[in-house]
Design a protein around this ligand. Structure first.
Ligand code: HXC
Ligand code: NAP
Length: 290
C-alpha cells in the first residue's frame, strides 16, 4: 500500500472542521490530517459516534481532535460547533463539507419529506457551515479553505438518487461561485468528486445485497476496483494544504475512470473479444468497395 504523500507537519498551521467526521470517509480524512499535524474538529448528529472517534484518535495522536453533536441542517447548531472548536483551538481555517444523507429509491416513491431530508443535509447543511465560517473569515481576513465532497453525478445527474444529485449539483455550483466571490478575500473553494469508496454508510443505503446480486459494481470502473480511503485522503490533504494554494474553484474527480466509461459512446466495445477484431476490421475495410 502507498502511504502518505505529504511531509510530516504539512498541516501544522491548519485547524480544520470536518462535518460527519465520526465515520466513513470523514473519519479517514480526520485521521490522515491529524498525522500531518492539523487540529481537527468533527461534528455529526450522533454524539456517541463522535465521542468514540475522538477517543480513538486522541489515544493514537494526542489532543488535537475534538468533537460534539451537530446537525448541520440547523444553523444555530453549526454556529455552536464552530464556537466549540474556536474555544479549544482558536481560529478555524479549513472546512470540509463531508456530511451527507442518501439512499436509492425510484423518485416517485419518495415522500416530500424524504426528498427534503436529503436536500437539507447535503445542500442546506453545506450552505450553513459555509456561511457561518465564511462570515467569520471575511470579518477577520482569514485565508480559509473550503473543500466540498460531492460525487460524479453532481455533473451528470443520476436517476434513483435524485435528491442527492440535486443537492450535490447545488454544492458544486456554490463551490465555483464562491471561488470567485470570496477568492478575492483569499478564501479558496474546491471540491472532490469521488466514485465508489467502500463505507458502511454508503454501502448499506446505495449498494444493499439485493443490488449487489444484480450488478457487478467493479466492472463499471476501468481500473476494475473500488477506491481505497488513503487515495482519497491524500488528495484531501493536498487540497487543504498550502501546496495547493493556487487551486481555486476546481473539482477533482477520483473514480478510477468510472463516469467517463458510462459516458463514452463506444466504451461498450470492451465486450468484443480480441479474436473478433480481425473480422470486424475486414468488414469495415470492405465497406469501401460497396
Ligand atoms: C424511501 C425513505 C427511505 C427509503 C427513509 N425514507 N429511507 N423513503 N426509501 N429507503 C424516508 C422516511 O420514510 C422519511 O419520510 C424520510 O425519508 C426521512 O427519513 P428518516 O429515517 O426519518 O430520517 P433520518 O433519521 O433523519 O435519516 C436520514 C437518512 C438516513 C438520509 C434517511 O439514511 C441517514 O441518516 N443517512 C446518513 C448517512 C448516509 O446517508 N450516508 C451515505 C452517504 S453516501 P416520511 O415521509 O416517512 O417522514 C453518498 C455517496 C454518493 O452520498 C455516491 C456514491 C458513489
Ligand atoms: P457515511 O459514513 O454515512 O458518512 C456520512 C456522515 O454524515 C456520517 O458520519 C453522518 O453521521 C453524517 N451526517 C449525516 N447527516 C448529518 C447531519 N444532518 N448533520 C451532521 N452530520 C450528518 O458515508 P461516506 O461514504 O463516508 O460519505 C462521506 C461523503 O462522501 C459524503 O458527502 C458522500 O456523499 C461522499 N461520497 C461518498 C462516496 C462513497 O463511495 N463512499 C462516493 C462519493 C461521494 P451521523 O449519522 O452521526 O449524523
Amino acid at each position: 500500500m502507498v502511504s502518505g504523500m505529504l511531509k510530516e507537519d504539512s498541516l501544522k498551521s491548519k485547524t480544520i472542521l470536518i462535518t460527519g467526521g465520526g465515520s466513513g470517509l470523514g473519519k479517514s480524512m480526520a485521521e490522515y490530517l491529524l498525522t500531518l499535524g492539523a487540529k481537527i474538529i468533527i461534528g455529526s448528529r450522533n454524539q456517541e459516534k463522535i465521542n468514540k472517534t475522538v477517543d480513538e484518535f486522541t489515544a493514537l495522536y494526542g489532543n488535537n481532535i475534538i468533537g460534539t453533536a451537530c446537525d448541520v441542517r440547523h444553523y444555530d447548531q453549526v454556529e455552536k460547533l464552530i464556537q466549540f472548536g474556536e474555544n479549544q483551538f482558536g481560529e478555524i481555517n479549513g472546512l470540509i463539507n463531508n456530511a451527507a444523507g442518501n439512499f436509492i429509491s425510484p423518485t416517485e416513491r419518495l415522500s416530500a419529506n424524504a426528498f427534503s431530508v436529503i436536500i437539507d443535509i447535503v445542500l442546506k447543511g453545506t450552505c450553513n457551515t459555509t456561511l457561518a465560517l465564511g462570515k467569520k473569515w471575511l470579518k477577520n481576513n482569514t485565508n480559509g479553505s473550503i473543500l466540498n465532497i460531492v460525487t460524479t453525478y453532481a455533473f451528470t445527474g443520476s436517476g434513483y438518487v435524485v435528491p442527492s444529485a440535486v443537492s450535490k449539483a447545488g454544492v458544486l455550483a456554490m463551490t465555483k461561485s464562491l471561488a470567485v466571490e470570496w477568492g478575492k478575500n483569499g478564501i479558496r473553494s474546491n471540491a472532490i468528486a469521488p466514485g465508489p469508496f467502500p463505507t458502511k454508510g454508503a454501502w448499506d443505503r446505495l449498494f444493499p445485497k439485493e443490488i449487489q446480486k444484480l450488478v457487478d459494481m467493479k466492472s463499471r470502473i476501468p481500473l476494475n476496483r473500488f477506491g481505497e480511503h488513503h487515495e482519497l485522503t491524500n488528495l484531501v490533504a493536498y487540497l487543504m494544504s498550502d501546496y495547493s494554494s493556487f487551486i481555486n474553484g476546481e473539482v477533482i474527480t477520483i473514480d478510477g475512470g468510472e463516469w467517463l466509461k458510462s459516458g463514452g459512446e463506444f466504451n461498450w466495445l470492451d465486450a468484443v473479444p480480441n479474436e473478433m477484431w480481425d473480422k470486424i476490421e475486414e468488414s469495415i475495410r470492405g465497406a469501401k468497395k460497396s
